[in-house]
Design a protein around this ligand. Structure first.
Ligand code: ADP
Ligand code: MG
Length: 244
């Protein structure tokens, strides 16, 4: 099962979700791989791995390097990482030079599939060949949305580009329930988008602290509201994905 944290926008909580959800999947007993596709390498950093793919990310993406040999273990049992590489900033060009760019990431992942119950793709914010290739590879997109007026538009756009082949699980991220606007947006979504996940990730200093701790929430603030929310979110996602 391939799950991609995706949004056209940056700074909405994709990486925070990828790291915490992948951690929870692994802790729940599933063999889990997180592939950091963002050249900025935030999830690689949070999992304390060096942001570099030996031989270059370009060769990996083009199928010239066996992905299995580039996987790193993390400090956590059953959680592996395919690290970011700075060359991913040109991944569009690298994909464009291949025969079927949209199939590329799925092809790289195919040989790994038997080894992992879950593969998480932490995506860079964009609409590009990279995203097309992500949509092909992913069974579901996990879409963090800020509760702002333009979010409905963002979700519409994602639905247009992602097409029907990939299921979409959107959830609100960085929610400040004291803010009138946040409450209003979430209320209108509840009627217009009943398929939204019900779990909400609150705006919480614990999530920002992940950068200092370089660890998932469960490792340093398991009783905080943010950790509770991610546990609830993973449970809801798992239920939505259904039996496999
Ligand atoms: N729920 C949250 N509460 C507070 N800060 C958050 C939350 N989610 C993310 N952040 C912070 O916002 C910034 C962007 O988050 P990140 O998960 O890296 O988003 P993206 O991957 O979409 O760019 C980071 O500094 C992160 O610590
Ligand atoms: Mg990110």
């Amino acid at each position: 099962m391939v799950l991609a944290t995706y949004n056209i926008k940056g700074g909405v909580g994709k990486t925070s979700a990828a790291v915490n959800l992948a951690y929870l999947a692994a802790r729940g007993g599933a063999a889990t791989l997180l592939w950091d596709l963002d050249p900025q390498g935030a999830s690689t950093y949070l999992l304390r791995v060096k942001p570099k793919v030996k031989g270059g990310g370009q060769r990996l993406v083009r199928g010239k390097t066996d992905a299995g040999t580039r996987i790193k273990g993390t400090d956590y049992e059953r959680l592996d990482l395919l690290p970011a590489d700075f060359s991913y900033r040109h991944m569009d060009l690298h994909l464009d030079a291949t025969k079927r760019p949209a199939r590329r990431l799925a092809r790289v992942l195919a040989p790994l599939a038997p080894e992992y119950d879950y593969v998480f793709l932490d995506c860079p914010p964009s609409i590009s060949l990279v995203s097309e290739s992500v949509f092909e590879a992913a069974d579901a997109l996990l879409i963090p949305l800020l509760p702002a007026t333009l979010s409905a538009r963002t979700l519409d756009q994602i639905e247009q580009v992602a097409g029907d082949g990939t299921s979409r699980l959107a959830f609100f991220s960085m929610v400040d329930s004291r803010k009138r606007m946040h409450r209003d947006v979430m209320e209108s979504f509840a009627t217009e988008r009943p398929e939204m996940l019900h779990t909400v990730v609150p705006l919480a200093a614990d999530v920002e602290r992940m950068g200092k701790a370089r660890a998932p929430l469960e490792e340093f603030a398991p009783r905080g509201g943010a950790a509770v929310a991610f546990r609830e979110l993973w449970k809801e996602i798992d239920e939505r994905l259904g039996p496999r």
